[in-house]
Design a protein around this ligand. Sequence first.
Ligand SMILES: [Mg+2]
Length: 343
Amino acid sequence: MSRSVRTRPDGSGRGLSEAYDTALLDLDGVVYAGGNAIAHAVDSLATAGSGGMHLAYVTNNALRTPDAVAAHLTELGIPTGADDVITSAQAVARLIAEQVPSGSRVLVIGGDGLRVALRERGLVPVESAEDDPAAVVQGFGGPDLPWGRFAEACYAIARGVPWYASNTDLTIPGARGIAPGNGAAVEVVRIATGAEPQVAGKPLPPMHRETILRTGAKRPLVVGDRLDTDIEGAFNGDVDSLLVLTGVTDGAQLLAAPPQHRPTYVDADLRGLLTGQPEVTGDEDGGFRCGGWTASAGGERLELEGDGEALDGLRALCAAAWTAGGENACALDPGKALARLGL
Ligand SMILES: [Mg+2]
């Protein structure tokens, strides 16, 4: 690793919406959950946007078109144009277009998001392995994707047709629980063929490249709730990131994050875009201070003293845990310290 290992969150004297020109926002767990807006998302985004920050939405879900995603956001009270939505379908379509002749047929195992993105790149979506495809692309197809679609993919891949996947998220959280995502569908084809797809979605570079190409961002801030997609994608793209705790990541996972999963900043929700970020400072005894808290690494667990804002305590704990972990995940027990913060 050429970069230095991050051992604490950064501070920022300015509000993040002023310090960065573009927010690259994940959707599920950041802006909405189960179709409804997350608390403080609508107001925070309106304020950040009216202050001049460009807001773009970046999703690994290839099922819906940018038009459909933009309409959903607008309905939630976040006015959004299709140009400000970037999907893994667009990223994989560009990847395919760079590797097959213009006008090629592409066998689609997935939804409309993929078909629209392929046409945008001058490729022709087809439905059967008998249609002489130059590529196979697999993206989330929703609950009604017939099993026979996987067979079409396998027939084409067995003939040596190159295979692509929009993303490999194994699961999709929904109102009734955890459902299989596109990564699970990709596993079905992988097991049957023994082949390996080229993948575009977060945390891989094709997705980050797509967002930069489409937004023209000069100083982007990735905003996400997931360490192994959003934050690792920012790490791979060498840009800064803000983790919000409104989605799948809890305090214990953050403290145990290996270097590529450590965000630049952490905040409770999207109000974090509007404020500066407090500095975490080290003291002479090997402790780390933020706000009224001091965190340190004990023999077997993380220790926390003081009081104040819970988020400041978490930031101090991040410094203690990431410093103790170094290039690895911190193995110290965070349970008691996090309980003090109610996290
Ligand atoms: Mg998310």
